[in-house]
Write a protein of this length. Structure first.
Length: 255
């Protein structure tokens, strides 16, 4: 903890073949760039390294890969992103093309320098829990053609799932530090897009939101996620216009 001198950690096999790296076992080691684990079966918590500038994580255990600050683990079915242990070094996480998902147990809420997440069209799962992502995150981009997710200007949209299966609707997840003052909801024929302004993610930058005919925004009575939202623009004929304009304390217009 808080050791600025350690640059490399070598863990030899010794008398034990299995090594388990517990949560925050490396914490604020400001010079730590290399971790070597030789001939050890390995287990680790996603938050095993916090505020450590790790650039090389070397292990011979087949279940793990380290690429550009990210550790991937094979869950016996497929590869998934596990932890961003080099978070002081990297501002962008680009999911590798052979990785299919982001693990529910990840450390993205501790990745203070992480600003952008890029996912390819074959990613099947991105956790959308509000606290999974650090408040400095500016964009989540998904390549065109993904069956479950899409993105627009860095805002993630996940196809809604119900007890009956997937329905023709998308829910928005707005990054906390996306700095654009204006955002226009996407359009896709046959689908409705929902923006819930009562989520726990708070974005202080956006001031104006445009909602096409197939878009809806939920304001609600609680404090909403956009404290500086001043104007809502609705396409003429948008069915949620009448309800929202009585709840929203800012200005509502049609276009």
């Amino acid at each position: 903890l808080n050791n600025s001198k350690i640059k490399t950690i070598d863990i030899m096999k010794g008398n034990r073949s299995f090594i388990w790296l517990r949560g925050q076992c490396f914490h604020n080691l400001s010079s730590l760039t290399t971790v070597n684990l030789y001939n050890n079966d390995l287990g680790l918590r996603a938050d095993f390294a916090v505020d450590c500038p790790i650039k090389d994580f070397n292990t011979t255990f087949w279940q793990y890969k380290f690429v550009n600050g990210a550790i991937y683990v094979h869950n016996s079915h497929e590869w998934e992103f596990k932890t961003f242990c080099g978070n002081p070094c990297y501002t962008t996480l680009t999911i590798e093309p052979w990785c299919k998902r982001i693990s529910n147990e990840n450390n993205l809420d501790t990745a203070k320098n992480l600003k952008v997440i890029n996912a390819h069209k074959d990613v099947t799962y991105i956790p959308t829990f509000a606290l999974d992502y650090h408040k400095n995150l500016e964009a989540i981009n998904v390549e065109n053609g993904n069956e479950r997710y899409l993105s627009k200007d860095g805002v993630l949209f996940e196809q809604r799932y119900t007890s009956s299966g997937y329905v023709n609707a998308y829910d928005a997840y707005y990054p906390a530090s996306k700095k654009d003052k204006t955002f226009t909801m996407p359009q896709k024929e046959g689908f409705t897009f929902y923006l819930d302004a009562t989520t726990t993610v708070v974005n202080p930058y956006v001031e104006e939101i445009y909602l096409p005919l197939n878009s809806s925004i939920l304001i609600g009575a609680r404090s909403y996620a956009f404290p500086n939202l001043k104007k809502l623009y609705f396409a003429k004929g948008n069915p949620c216009y009448d309800n929202v304009r009585f709840e929203f304390t800012g200005e509502t217009k049609t276009y």
